[in-house]
Design a protein. Structure first.
Length: 319
């Protein structure tokens, strides 16, 4: 996928909810125990992009996305070898659901068995870690992957969907998810409700804990008033909860530091303890002495000095 193709794809995604968007909505509402192996994403950022309040300033792609695109054809080749039968691959690009216009999907390949004529879909994925993924030839995949595939099955009306996944360099596994039309309908209902509430209704979702959300909130509210307002009951409850969390966070941090130092003492002059931990010597780092540079060559220092925009700082009272 070229830069231009990806930008076009991103623009199409803004007009509806793709499989990964819908997965993000459902994973965000799921208990933490159900999120194992799922990618973390900001619902607030997604909303801001859908309603046009936020657009990436430039073309960007994460290392994981770049790796996935570069290895997609390779994983599809491994999958074709795994099938051990004559098949035909087809690429569709971004396709809308036939009756739910805001639901769209961009599957990696549609597969047709040439002997039987049976067709189904497959997605090619690469992962560095196996957490959340089950054994080869099972249906045990992370929740976000399952939701994404179930959305695709509803869009393309297919009986099952395969997920061909390459872990690391040579651990290749295939997972098959069978269609559950009732579950698929429930998933799409959730997606349409979210769209009507937050995009059509222009109601922002609750802020989440992502760094991008903090940046967006600062951008949306960059002209604060000069005076403090009176707190509401909700403000007071939030303040109490935050003070309590911060106190426990500090206590846990101190306990963590104690345990880590105790473990360092147990390791001593050894490289580490098998199955427990290692304590290795790091490489020396070279740092620029900015104070010395400023003192000895202030003109050069000023030449390469850059200024960051001012940001709002949250300071919690009563700690």
């Amino acid at each position: 996928m070229t830069q231009e193709e990806r930008l076009e794809w991103l623009e199409k995604r803004r007009t509806g909810l793709g499989g990964t968007d819908i997965a993000k909505i459902i994973v965000d509402a799921a208990p933490h125990a159900k999120r194992v192996g799922c990618y973390r994403g900001s619902i607030f950022q997604m909303w801001a992009e859908k309603v046009g309040l936020h657009q990436p300033s430039e073309y960007t792609m994460s290392d994981a996305a770049r790796r996935g695109i570069q290895l997609e054809s390779y994983v599809c080749g491994l999958y074709k070898d795994y099938l051990n039968e004559e098949v035909e691959f087809t690429e569709f690009g971004s396709i809308k659901h036939p009756t739910r216009s805001i639901v769209r999907g961009s599957p990696d390949r549609m597969v047709k068995a040439l002997d039987s004529g049976v067709t189904w879909g497959m997605d090619a994925k690469t992962r560095r870690y196996r957490k959340g993924w089950g054994d080869h030839q099972t249906s045990d995949v992370p929740l976000d992957t399952e939701i994404q595939m179930r959305v695709y099955m509803e869009i393309f009306d297919k009986p099952f969907w395969d997920v061909a996944t390459l872990f690391g360099i040579d651990d290749f596994r295939v997972y098959r998810l069978d269609r559950d039309e009732k579950l698929g309908t429930q998933i799409l209902d959730v997606a349409e409700t979210w769209w009507e509430t937050h995009v059509v209704g222009n109601m922002p979702p609750d802020p989440d804990g992502h760094e991008k959300t903090r940046e967006l909130l600062a951008h949306f509210h960059d002209k604060p008033a000069d005076e403090l307002r009176q707190p509401t009951l909700l403000d007071q409850q939030l303040h109490e909860d935050l003070i309590d969390i911060r106190k426990r966070y500090k206590e846990l941090g101190a306990e963590k530091d104690l345990l880590e130092n105790t473990l360092r003492g147990r390791i001593g002059d050894d490289l580490g303890i098998k199955g427990i931990a290692t304590w290795k010597q790091g490489k020396p780092r070279k740092l620029l002495d900015t104070k010395r540079l400023k003192a000895e060559d202030p003109e050069l220092y000023e030449k390469y000095l850059s200024e960051r925009p001012a940001t709002r700082t949250l300071r919690v009272m009563g700690e």
